[in-house]
Design a protein around this ligand. Structure first.
Ligand code: HEM
Ligand SMILES: [Cu+2]
Length: 849
């Protein structure tokens, strides 16, 4: 262990930083870096995994999905332009608004944040890549496959049609496969979203440049942490909800069926526990973009850095307490109405703090009116209007009046255009030269801005009116003479104007630019690290990883750029011809490891394709093949982990530059993989907690839970499952300790015994619920659901234990190279918790009820 500690000076002594690097050496270093980071040629390009390629694909795909969703909106507006038209029939209209909303939210609003972040976060942090490049690639392919599948259903007239929040009983009773496509297809994409969030969080925590303490991070990175964290806690309840929902649809387990003890409100809770934070998941990245653009435009450091960070974190927390305001009309007790109404208004405070900090920055600086700034100004104007109507609908009595009317449609589009479309376009204008090395057009940008600005107001302002005049949302047509006619026509005209604005923007992005000069480096005169990237482009990301001790290094460390270019800083070379980036400590960013990151591979694409099969085939009730796909996906993932992560390095330490020697292998909390597991498991535990919440929700909300004389889970089997699960956990911990102490034979024996205990625990869990009939009533159904969840985790845990055993036998894991075993033990801490809580719910709760 001790052999792996970093040695050498840190922070780097000034004398070392000043030493010149001989030009021949510089050229040789550059040649090696170029060779190591180059993209695979020809069609093999699509096996690339590094963040610059994957980030661009991801961004373009999300924008393309947005355009498809926009076309659906245009079709809806055409249908509504005059009363009693029948361009679209009712059924098709339902499909269109459902897919419009779902695609905008799940295929565009959230993924675009992850896409842009994957693309630029490493550059903000002076890293060469994300910590787990193959995970980003896997996430991207899942997103593409899932998105094409869900949108493709439109072509077969089979799309979901129960609205973007899929309320039961409408969606449970929907015949056809539309709702299944929504539930399974979007769950698949949510899993990919969570994977990206894990990657982004670990990247921010562990891959910052040496010296960049948390209070020096670019604000964007703070928002990545907050939004990533929110995704981690908001998506799992929805996934848990999807899981229950799909069980109801395919197996008839009655979670949302009141006749058999279920309750549709459980879905509403789970959906909005996700859905409200979702609103902030969508808005906060926009504020993050503004926080990067505004100091540059104002040519001054941001005012109130700490206040902004606190507000962002505060908004993140608050947003989880607000979901009930989407359910004001469901007949909740008055006390909770008051509470959630007040809490909804309270979010105004942190949002206001951020806004005022930006205004203050603009006031103390010397503002250059650039195109990104124009888009941001438009965003603020629109968002303010949307915010005002938001304050109105947050008042429960007003909401009763306009609920499910076009007023809400107007409100939500103002917030989404102001809070996301305009800032995202601002971000594209600002960051486009960063990755394309060419500017977008000033003239087209202005055209697009005014078309969109006027167009969206003409579209959505009249909807406040139609809403107050009583026009309900989600109607495919309306009778003449309600006073809605010409207002709707105006709306439709506005929609086409908006579309023209989008077209101009898309053309500007896609038009060939090879006759245009490449940009000068740092064209906006920004102060943050991403603009140190080379022009013309170099695939290595950053030539050498700088020592950072200011918030705006390009402004405040004037000697830095020349030193980066000269390879004067860390990792200026790729002596072993491996892709590498630095890992630093979480709070104060001391260098602790040289991380080898993975290169191009097809295996991620295969893994995504099989995962897709596992999610998509059940839509068509093809369960056996789906299971086969699941197993194959697992095999791909195992192969990819086995061949590329936690490899025993050729030497324990290496020269990282500036006299610093760093380990090439890390294990436990030093390793990025360990953090990845931790963070993933937080999300997993949240999903599990949502299922347990479901149990207690039924218990408190339903008088017949459990019903008179109900069968309970088999006590001895519950107890056996708990004991065996705990034993398996203990064996895993013992294996870790023995292995670390060099008692390899003991460790292997423990790793042989552990999966046996695990499988027995899984068997006992099944026996515990076997006599219960999940179709009969929600009580046996929720017990079955918990058991299924537990068994899936136990099976996964057994595979992990066997993976470590194989690692030990084949020399991938040794007493001093035990990263895999430590990560697996971490998984098992959570698995043990799942075992014990499940046992408590199955075994003890019925006696208390
Ligand atoms: C050209 C721009 C757009 C137009 C013309 C438009 C139009 C519409 C219309 C007419 C509806 C209501 C359908 C109905 O209730 O019958 C709707 C719903 C919705 N829109 Fe948009 N929209 C646009 C852009 C966006 C954007 C950018 C987003 C999000 C990022 C978005 C998200 C939604 C959502 C979530 C719904 C609710 C769907 C539902 O009721 O299930 N829209 N849109
Ligand atoms: Cu909300």
């Amino acid at each position: 262990m001790a052999a792996r500690a970093p040695t050498g000076p840190f922070p780097p002594p000034e004398a070392l930083l000043e030493q010149p690097v001989p030009p021949e050496l510089q050229e040789a270093q550059k040649a090696r870096l170029r060779e190591v980071w180059k993209q695979p040629p020809g069609w093999r390009y699509w096996s690339a995994v590094n963040n610059t390629e994957v980030g661009v694909w991801y961004t373009l795909t999300a924008l393309a999905f947005m355009l498809v969703a926009g076309v659906l909106a245009l079709a809806m507006r055409a249908q509504l332009s005059f009363p009693e038209l029948s361009l679209l029939d009712a059924d098709r209209y339902n499909q269109f608004f459902t897919m419009h909303g779902s695609a905008m939210m799940f295929l565009f609003a959230v993924p675009i944040f992850e896409a842009i972040s994957i693309l630029i976060l490493p550059a903000f942090l002076g890293a060469r890549d994300m910590p787990f490049p193959r995970l980003s690639a896997y996430g991207y392919w899942c997103f593409l496959i899932g998105g094409v599948f869900v949108l493709g259903s439109l072509l077969f007239d089979a799309a979901p049609k129960a609205g973007w929040f899929m309320y039961p009983p409408l969606a449970t009773e929907d015949l056809g496969i539309g709702s299944d496509i929504w539930l399974l297809g979007l769950s698949f994409i949510e899993v990919a979203s969570i994977a990206a969030a894990v990657e982004l969080i670990v990247g921010t925590l562990k891959c910052r440049p040496p010296g960049m303490r948390v209070n020096l991070m670019p604000l964007y990175a703070w928002y990545v942490l907050v939004v990533g964290g929110m995704i981690l806690f908001a998506f799992p309840p929805l996934i848990a909800g999807d899981f229950l929902f799909e069980l109801q649809r395919s197996q008839d387990w009655p979670f949302f069926d009141p006749e058999r003890g279920g309750d549709p409100l459980l879905w509403q809770h789970l959906f909005w526990i996700f859905g409200h934070p979702e609103v902030y998941i969508v808005m906060l990245p926009s504020i993050a973009i503004a926080a990067m653009v505004i100091p540059t435009v104002a040519r001054t450091p941001i005012v109130g850095y700490s206040w902004i960070v606190l507000s962002a974190v505060g908004t993140g927390f608050l947003s989880f307490g607000l979901w009930v305001h989407h359910m004001f009309t469901t007949g909740l007790p008055a006390i909770s109405l008051g509470f959630f109404s007040a809490a909804s208004e309270a979010v105004v405070i942190p949002t206001g703090v951020q806004l005022f900090a930006f205004l203050a920055t603009l006031m103390v600086g010397h503002v250059r009116p650039t195109l990104p700034m124009l888009w941001l100004a438009g965003a603020i104007a629109i968002f303010t209007l949307g915010g005002l109507t938001g304050v109105m609908v947050a008042l429960a009595p007003f909401d009763w009046a306009v609920h499910d009317s076009y007023f809400v449609v107007a409100h939500l589009h103002y917030t989404l255009f102001g809070g996301m479309i305009f800032p995202v376009v601002a971000g594209v204008y600002y960051f486009f030269p960063f990755f394309a090395k060419r500017m977008l057009s000033e003239r087209l940008g202005r055209w697009s801005f005014w078309l969109l600005f006027v167009g969206m107001n003409v579209t959505f302002l009249p909807m406040h009116w139609t809403g107050l005049a009583g026009m309900p949302r989600r109607v495919w047509t309306y009778p003449a003479g309600m006073g809605w006619d010409w207002v709707n026509l105006v709306s439709t005209a506005g929609a086409y104007l908006t579309a023209a604005g989008f077209l101009v923007f898309v053309w500007d992005v896609l038009r060939p630019k090879s006759d245009q000069p490449q940009i000068e480096r740092n064209p906006w005169g920004a102060g943050t690290l991403e603009w140190t990237h080379d022009v013309p482009d170099e695939a290595w990301g950053i030539r050498s990883i700088p020592y950072v001790h200011t918030r705006y290094p390009l402004w405040e460390q004037p000697e830095m750029l020349a030193r980066i270019d000269a390879g004067r800083y860390y990792l200026p070379d790729a002596a072993e011809m491996k892709r590498e980036t630095l890992v630093t400590s979480v709070i104060d960013a001391r260098p602790i490891q040289v991380q080898r990151v993975t290169g191009p591979a097809w295996i991620t694409l295969w893994a995504a394709a099989f995962t897709g099969g596992a999610f998509i085939l059940p839509v068509f009730k093809i369960y056996v093949l789906a299971a086969v796909c699941g197993v194959l996906a697992g095999a791909c993932v195992i192969y990819w982990l086995w061949t590329s992560t936690a490899q025993v390095p050729e030497a324990e330490t290496k020269d990282a530059g500036l006299g610093l020697r760093l380990p090439t292998y890390a294990s436990g909390p030093d390793a990025v993989g360990w953090w990845g597991v931790w963070i993933t498991m937080l999300g997993d535990a949240t999903a599990f907690a949502s299922l347990v919440f479901g149990f207690f929700f039924f218990w408190t909300a339903r008088p017949d839970f459990p019903p008179e004389g109900a069968l309970h889970a088999v006590p001895w089997a519950v107890a056996a499952s708990a004991v065996l699960g705990a034993a398996s956990w203990a064996l895993t911990v013992a294996a870790r300790e023995w292995n670390a102490a060099g008692r390899v034979a003991h460790a292997r024996a423990a790793l042989v015994a552990a999966p046996v205990a695990t499988l027995l625990a899984a068997g006992a869990a099944v026996l515990a619920v076997w006599p219960l009939d999940p179709v009969a009533h929600v009580y046996p159904a929720i017990l079955w659901a918990l058991a299924v969840w537990l068994v899936a985790h136990l099976l996964l845990g057994a595979v992990m234990q066997l993976y470590c055993l194989a690692g030990s036998v084949f020399g991938k894991m040794t007493p001093s190279h035990d990263a895999d075993l430590r990560n697996v033990t971490l998984f098992w801490h959570f698995a043990a918790l799942t075992v014990l809580v499940t046992a408590a719910v199955l075994g003890i709760a019925p006696r208390l009820l």
